[in-house]
Design a protein around this ligand. Structure first.
Ligand SMILES: Cc1cc2nc3c(=O)[nH]c(=O)nc-3n(C[C@H](O)[C@H](O)[C@H](O)COP(=O)(O)O)c2cc1C
Length: 145
């Protein structure tokens, strides 16, 4: 996650949070998580390596790993949006940007993915928001089984 903004560019005058999905997360972070499981007594020490192998198998296929990383990152973004609201901030998620140029600008590895960035700030009390445009009702896209 990066906070950024270039003062010379209008829309970047306010802070933006850039969410970076890491398709290698399963390889890079698994030890920290599993070591804590061992420490907490969730699993015996001897079970760690086998479990690590199983977890990392799920991250071996690049396409699957990208999907996992994007899913995790998008959920994190949503969480940040909800928490921001609780602190009185407004957010505006965006996916319409040139990902390659943004990665270059921020110095982000090419194999990472930026699924979303978030403009964040306090609403100007002098400004009126436009009325909310059409939103699907639950019945139009979901059903209880
Ligand atoms: C996943 C996602 C991507 C979006 N991408 C952009 C974008 O690239 N540029 C933009 O101006 N608005 C984008 N929007 C729309 C705004 O974030 C916002 O939802 C819209 O202005 C309506 O505001 P409201 O959702 O509070 O009614 C996107 C919304 C979502 C959910």
């Amino acid at each position: 996650m990066r906070l950024g903004g270039r003062p010379d560019e209008g829309f970047l005058k306010q802070p933006h949070i850039v969410f970076i999905a890491n398709p290698r997360a399963g390889f890079e972070h698994v030890d920290k998580v599993l070591d804590s499981w061992v420490e907490l007594g969730y699993i015996p020490k001897e079970a760690k390596e086998k479990l690590k192998e199983n977890i990392q198998r799920g991250w071996t296929d690049r396409e699957k790993a990208v999907r996992k990383a994007i899913r995790d990152t998008a959920l994190f973004c949503m969480t940040v949006m909800i928490v921001a609201r609780a602190y009185g901030l407004e957010t505006h998620p965006m996916e319409g940007f040139d990902e390659e140029r943004l990665k270059e600008f921020l110095g982000v590895d090419k194999d990472k993915v930026i699924p979303v960035m978030l403009a964040i700030g306090y609403k100007d009390p002098q400004r009126e928001l436009l009325p909310r445009a059409y939103r699907f009702k639950f019945e139009e896209f979901g059903r209880f089984l």
